[in-house]
Design a protein around this ligand. Structure first.
Ligand SMILES: *Cc1c(COP(=O)(O)O)cnc(C)c1O
Length: 406
């Protein structure tokens, strides 16, 4: 149904309006069709929610700004050549991120696969077609990584046919390096879990003439991280498009040395004889990613941070009024760097488990998702909220926590 206000707007646009608004059913029905937007979530019965949890893949990442959606919608209405678009956008991104070259990929994961594939094959067509089969091709086959950096996403690297070689110390690295070593990979978000830090990792690679890469998928803000690791000398860097950058979740950026990016692109569409053909991005993702990045680097970082702090403070003040609640606000230093509110409770005063609270918020109206915690706490972030939603989150949290008070 058209809202009353919208109906008035429509009626005022036609020259003659016969009768009053109320009973004019045939008029409103005929006017409703062109302006009514389909709510597909509603139509399909898919739950949408206020996201006070954060940038999670399973929750569809982040919401794109209007400028990004404009880039996507606008580009959807014309054809262009993918390679020409990647060239032009790549140049712009490289300039922003201080890298020699860059390409929009279908995510950080794809960027890791493609970057390594480029290193393994260079521009050699035979080698490109051979991947992921490395035996008897003359290609290298090992990637060195610190034990503390060994996460599921390293599958992106083994997808090329390479195997991971785990190390802990500098001595381990020097022992592990051999003629089969293709890459030394680093994971920023767990840099505190490894003995070797970024600069030393890059220096080791340079010393032994082994390329180095870094996964910074979830590691802006701070905005400086976009160029910090290119400046530091990593040969390639990957970042997600659909986390804090608020580009398409089906996008990311691979940036680094010119020859690596050029070779990586041999593994991407429109070419189809490679392992990367399925990691497709079209003009919409490419331009959406570009505009999202542009917006991210030009926004007033302090202002955004202050808005996040204010949102978190609003929620904190509301829940603190419930007896038995303790709160703290911290920003994780590595990855997902945003004010994060931890709400904990004394279980003798508030009879509820964190999973119960999450379920109550999830089933409420509107539905709300908050971050996981231990049995007696949850976490809340505001960076994925729309303006004003912090008030709803605060009210609902206070309601449920008060209700469980004994
Ligand atoms: C999210 C994430 C990835 C995967 O990134 P996509 O852009 O979704 O492909 C890889 N590594 C880390 C550390 C991540 O957080």
């Amino acid at each position: 149904m058209l809202s009353r206000r919208k109906l008035i707007k429509h009626l005022s646009a036609i020259p003659f309006v016969g009768g009053l608004l109320g009973p004019a059913l045939p008029v409103s029905a005929s006017l409703a069709a062109p302006s009514r937007k389909r709510d597909l979530f509603k139509e399909l019965g898919v739950r949408t929610f206020i996201n006070a949890a954060g940038t999670y893949t399973r929750m569809t990442g982040s919401l794109m700004h209007d400028e990004v959606l404009d880039a996507i919608n606008g580009s959807a209405k014309d054809f262009c050549l993918i390679d020409e678009l990647q060239d032009k956008v790549g140049e712009k991104i490289a300039k922003i991120a201080h890298s020699e070259s860059a390409v929009v990929t279908s995510g950080a994961f794809a960027g890791m696969t493609l970057g390594l594939a480029g290193i393994l094959t260079g521009m050699d067509q035979k080698k490109i077609e051979a991947l992921p089969h490395l035996e008897y091709t003359g290609m290298k086959s090992e990637v060195i990584c610190q034990k503390g950096h060994d996460i599921v996403y390293n599958h992106a690297l083994t997808n090329t046919g390479c195997k991971m070689v785990m190390v802990e110390t500098v001595e381990d690295v020097e022992k592990a390096i051999n003629e089969r070593t293709a890459l030394m990979h680093f994971l920023h978000i767990q840099s505190d879990q490894g003995k070797i830090q970024h600069e030393e990792w890059v220096a080791l690679g340079k010393k032994h003439n082994i390329p180095t890469s870094i996964d910074i998928a979830a590691d802006v803000p701070p905005v400086e991280n976009l160029w910090r690791f290119n400046d530091m000398g990593f040969d390639f860097v990957v970042i997600s498009g659909g986390k804090a950058l608020r580009g398409p979740q089906s996008a990311g950026i691979l940036m680094g040395k010119k020859d690596i990016i050029a070779a990586a692109r041999q593994h991407m569409l429109p070419r189809g004889y490679n392992i990367g053909r399925g990691m497709k991005v079209n003009k919409e993702e490419i331009l959406g990613m570009y505009v999202a990045l542009e917006k991210f680097v030009t926004q007033d970082q302090n202002k955004v941070w202050k808005q996040w702090e204010a949102g978190v403070a609003h929620i904190e003040n509301a829940v603190k009024k419930v007896d038995g609640i303790t709160t703290s606000v911290t920003a994780p230093p590595l990855g997902n760097h945003t004010p994060t509110l931890k709400i904990a409770w004394d279980q003798s005063k508030i009879k509820m488990k964190s999973t119960d609270l999450q379920e109550k918020l999830r089933m409420g109206n509107p539905s709300i998702e908050v971050g996981d915690g231990q049995e007696n706490n949850i976490t809340v972030t505001v960076w994925m909220l729309k303006p004003g939603q912090e008030k709803i989150v605060a009210t609902r949290l206070r309601e449920e926590l008060s209700r469980a008070s004994v």
